[in-house]
Design a protein around this ligand. Structure first.
Ligand SMILES: *Cc1c(COP(=O)(O)O)cnc(C)c1O
Length: 301
């Protein structure tokens, strides 16, 4: 599946003589983040091949992955089980738009404490889940595994061969690894982590098949799902100027970071940049609830 590249017009880009296009992977599906769609594609085929009818995965209250697994499972006839971080959500998930969306698409929840959640990759914990819920196809938190990386290697197409830099947001690193593996020998990849942490370089290296990439670690805005008024303003202005909605957790930070690099003359004149809009727009509602409580201006919808 090919998604369109949209040219971004801005005085800054003109002044610095660089061009920026955004690949609209967010248009793949209204509820499934573009990259999650890619990450699930080969995994759901594998689940089918193994004859499994239930998908089990892990996530927090704002997880695009949880929403994606629920919606994709619903469309393709799988039962879905979400192991959700935070016992306090148990009686309270109806107030969370992401969990509400997942529930509406048939996902059954199993709420666990934060300390229990840390065991999510341990064999004992998984065995216990099998005892309770029966056999399932396991999708790791964030959905990153070999088959997910394979799916994300289909984001770039032959039409993208003219770009010098490909930029993508990074959560667990599966998406950017797939992109890295599908670049041409003269292209470089910039990954913009949406969270703090040095582990990402190692995680990406596990799947990356070349060295033509680096991480730009200055634009996480304090950590995963942390948002500032400056970021909200940027996202709202960008939408007004281009018509493109960005999400506050991943793609807003990515595009903000790209503009900062352009200001700093990181890119030589004539550089052609392609930024991947991985989606995540389902998360705006939930983020606005948080912003409202903190009395931070809201994201335009
Ligand atoms: C999950 C997600 C990411 C991060 O993808 P990883 O493969 O975990 O790095 C980026 N953007 C959006 C919109 C996402 O939902």
């Amino acid at each position: 599946m090919k998604t369109p590249n949209q040219k971004i017009e801005s005085p800054l880009l003109d002044e610095k003589e660089v061009t920026l296009y955004i690949k609209r992977e967010d248009t793949i599906h209204p509820l499934i983040s573009g990259n999650k769609y890619r990450k699930l594609k080969y995994n759901l085929l594998e689940a089918q091949n193994q004859g499994l009818t239930t998908l089990l995965t892990f996530g927090g209250a704002f997880s695009n992955h949880i929403a994606a697994v629920a919606c994709a499972g619903h469309e393709q006839g799988f039962k879905t089980l979400g192991v959700i971080r935070g016992e306090e959500l148990e009686g309270n998930w109806q107030n969370n738009p992401t969990l509400q969306l997942a529930h509406d698409h048939g996902m059954q929840f199993h709420f666990v404490s934060r300390s229990e959640y840390r065991h999510k990759t341990h064999a004992d914990f998984l065995q216990q889940l099998k005892k309770t819920f029966g056999e399932f196809y396991l999708l790791p938190e964030g959905g990153t595994n070999k088959l997910a990386v394979k799916g994300c290697a289909e984001i770039l197409t032959e039409d993208d061969a003219s770009f010098d830099y490909i930029c993508s947001s990074v959560g667990t690193g599966g998406t950017v690894a797939g992109i890295i593996n599908s670049t041409q020998a003269y292209q470089s990849v910039l990954g913009f982590p949406a969270l703090k942490g040095d582990f990402l370089k190692v995680d990406i290296s596990t799947f990356a098949q070349n060295e033509r990439w680096q991480l730009i670690t200055d634009y996480h805005f304090g950590g995963y799902a942390k948002v500032t008024p400056e970021l909200v303003q940027f996202i709202n202005d960008f939408k007004k100027g281009t018509g493109i909605p960005l999400d506050p957790i991943y793609t807003g930070k990515l595009v903000f970071g790209i503009f900062e690099l352009v200001k700093q003359d990181f890119f030589p004149k004539g550089t052609q940049i392609l930024a991947i809009h991985t989606g995540g727009l389902q998360g705006i509602k939930g983020m606005n609830q948080v912003l409202e409580q903190k009395k931070i201006p809201l994201l335009d919808v």
